[in-house]
Design a protein around this ligand. Sequence first.
Ligand SMILES: Cc1cc2nc3c(=O)[nH]c(=O)nc-3n(C[C@H](O)[C@H](O)[C@H](O)COP(=O)(O)OP(=O)(O)OC[C@H]3O[C@@H](n4cnc5c(N)ncnc54)[C@H](O)[C@@H]3O)c2cc1C
Length: 463
Amino acid sequence: MDTLRFEVAVIGGGEAGIAAAVKAAELGARVCMIESSPQLGGACVATGTLPSKTFSISAGMFESVKKARNFGVRIEGAVSLDFAEVVVSRNRLMKCDIGVIHSHLRTHKVELISGRAAFAAPDRLRLTKADGTAVEIESPRTIIASGSHPVSLPVLPVDGTTVITTDEIVSLTASPRRVVIVGAGIIGCEYAFIFRTFGAEVNLIEKTGHVLLGQDKDLVAAIEKELKRRGIAFHPGTTVVSCEAPPEGGRRLVLEDGTAFEADLVLACVGRKASTNGLGLEAAGVSLGRRGEIIVDDMLETTSGGIYAAGDVIARRMQSSTAILEGAVAAENALGGSRTIDERFVPGGIYTQPEIGSVGLTEDEAVEQGILHVIGVCSYAGLVKACSLQSFNPGFIKMLFERNSHKLIGAHILGTESAEIIHNLVVAMRVGATAEDFIYSIYHHPSLSEGFRDAARDALSKL
Ligand SMILES: Cc1cc2nc3c(=O)[nH]c(=O)nc-3n(C[C@H](O)[C@H](O)[C@H](O)COP(=O)(O)OP(=O)(O)OC[C@H]3O[C@@H](n4cnc5c(N)ncnc54)[C@H](O)[C@@H]3O)c2cc1C
């Protein structure tokens, strides 16, 4: 068996692995990245972030075109959705992103090895390459970035065509007519809006009392109202007790209270679990936590010295955005750094319609932590730019300021471009900006960001 030697070995070619490999190479190390799938990019490219965002963009575009008349744009004939073209546009974006990844790895001279890696010892990996040959990789430092996979429910056995998870959604060839989505977290809600805009009848089932667990209560209330307005049937506080395949096709689902639906597609969005099977973690001395995630310290080092982990496999935020930073930080620390990640400033972006952008504490968290605060709100209806962009969608900017210092401690935005403009507030929070900083800054007019000034004014007016 051949032995290859590297200074850093990275397991997994998703966002975390790519970021780790590139950073380690930038720092001068000889690096290999091992990926078991024929395609690079992991869940972000293949099944998660990009596919769902391209669907979301098509849905948003479809909706905007239908409203074009209100902006003086006349479209002759009926506006319809061509799902085959939606898939083409999604595949184009995926291909483009994979091309960018390959070029990035080539530029940084990261050696890409195809195969499934497992530890034979803390400093040794074994793998069978795609061509069937076995190799051993010796490396004093390894970064595990093996990602996560969707959880399924025993009552909803996944068959890949009628009962699916987000892993199979990329294989859809037609937009379903009747969809049941189980789980109203971020992913379930995003797909509920997408399929509804595509024209489907959508039932959204959630075992807790509300959508989007953990988000600020005003965002939750606004999204629940919007689900209703758009005709998405939301069933909180219940779960599926049976899912049968009737002879006429599709599925018949029954909820705890006896409510029954027929569906052409059942999408289970009930969470994701760290992928650690077959990694040989025992041989490396790497320990797992309660939820099956790899345990790491603040510097992303596992319980085995020299082995780091990043991305979904450590089950912190489980976002591409954080996976990228974690990968780079793990690489830096593996090569002698001592960087930590400040979790207070991680932005959230949810691509519902309207979309959501958030950072920092929710109102409930501020109360629970006993932080005296004041809240300022600006409605999108009061912003000329928001009215000109999407006069029919609701929206607001809610900002929380610490009562004495007036420092921004949290922000929650519902509305057009909110996942984009939230980054201004991420930086503002990082540098300790106060309500006065927002009030005396100059904003382009008309812009959505003017809402920061108006929300800050609203907050100070309450003191
Ligand atoms: C529907 C959906 C929508 C999402 N939308 C967003 C969004 O809008 N914004 C956002 O920030 N995040 C989003 N996410 C989350 C995001 O996709 C993930 O957090 C991110 O892809 C995790 O990256 P990762 O590198 O940790 O893991 P992964 O992307 O899972 O990559 C892990 C890689 O490791 C490989 N691998 C595993 N084991 C081995 C082994 N033993 N040997 C070799 N290779 C191995 C796998 O094949 C895979 O390619 C979404 C997720 C889903 C499911």
